[in-house]
Design a binder for this molecule. Sequence first.
Ligand SMILES: [Zn+2]
Length: 386
Amino acid sequence: MAPPVAAAKALLARLVAFDTTSHKSNLPLVSFVEDYLRQHGIESTRVPTADGQKASLFATIGPPGVGGIALSGHTDVVPVTGQSWDTDPFTVIERDGRLYGRGTCDMKGYLACVLAMVPELRARKLGTPIHIAFSYDEEVGCTGVRPMIGELGQSLPLPRLVFVGEPTTMAVVDAHKGPMRWVVRVTGKAAHSALPHLGVNAVTHAGYLLGELARIEEELKERNPNPRFDPPYTTLQVTQLEGGTASNIVPAACWFGWEIRRLPGFDATALDRRVRRFAAEHCLPKMQRAAPETGIGIDITNEVPAFQADSGSGIVPLALKLAGQNETFAVCYATEASLFQAGGAPAVVCGPGNIAQAHTPNEFIGVAELEKCLRFLGRLADWAGG
Ligand SMILES: [Zn+2]
């Protein structure tokens, strides 16, 4: 049986009140969850950062040991800076069946449902353990969950299956694209702009590279499209750019950031090689003939694998059964699901709320979404109780 939605709403209000914007510590929230679990007789394990400012939290309800189902979510939220909110983002306001507040949708609504389910799960004689796996720093490239995944099968039990509760309106998502990000730093040589032959223009050479990226972007639209995704191809975007210091100086420095969001099965190493080769063949010889100290640095800054659910694990049929659905979906945003799967724990994405409300001002989750999620978790409890 699912717990009443009132319990989830009360927990959501508590969770949202902790400002866990990714650059801040999540420890006050972690302590709150630890205390809550302890009140229900459950001990949890922290996986802290090296500087001790943040931590993931892992806990097991039911029989100890390996296997079981993990309910996974991230505790951090995106900033409210620069967004115009009608209400205080860190105070949950209920209006017209919606709960407004930063993180209500992405993804404290899910965390609240999971925690609201704890008394019910405790009251049962679970045959299969249910694990809680809460991470940090998801919103800055799924970085925080990685040390916790590294402990699965080591100091923490390896779940047999993982449900990642990112907002899907409780649809079952069995595939997502995987972002990969680069920063390119072009080092030229400054000169008076009236004497450009004495310098090396970093912005111009960055421009050659940008042209190559634009060509690749167009080529990718034609390559092995997958109609399950919208858009159905691997996308490439230049996302940031900065260069030059004054209108009369040949710019000595330019940097830009770019990313791809690749389909499952896409070979990113070939693309990475192609960009490096272009820099080495089309930019560097000319630059270094003029000034040997010039150069181009190309660094991968973040990578989350694309996700395709493990068809042999049984997780998709189970998720469909618990969600009362008969169809799966693919999405373009990344989640921690692919990282869990790479760590040996097959995953699927299914959580309350609509991704369209994530990261926006006046973010909200519908109360009906929380109710759907609680029903899902109630069915999971029935299944695990068996
Ligand atoms: Zn999220």
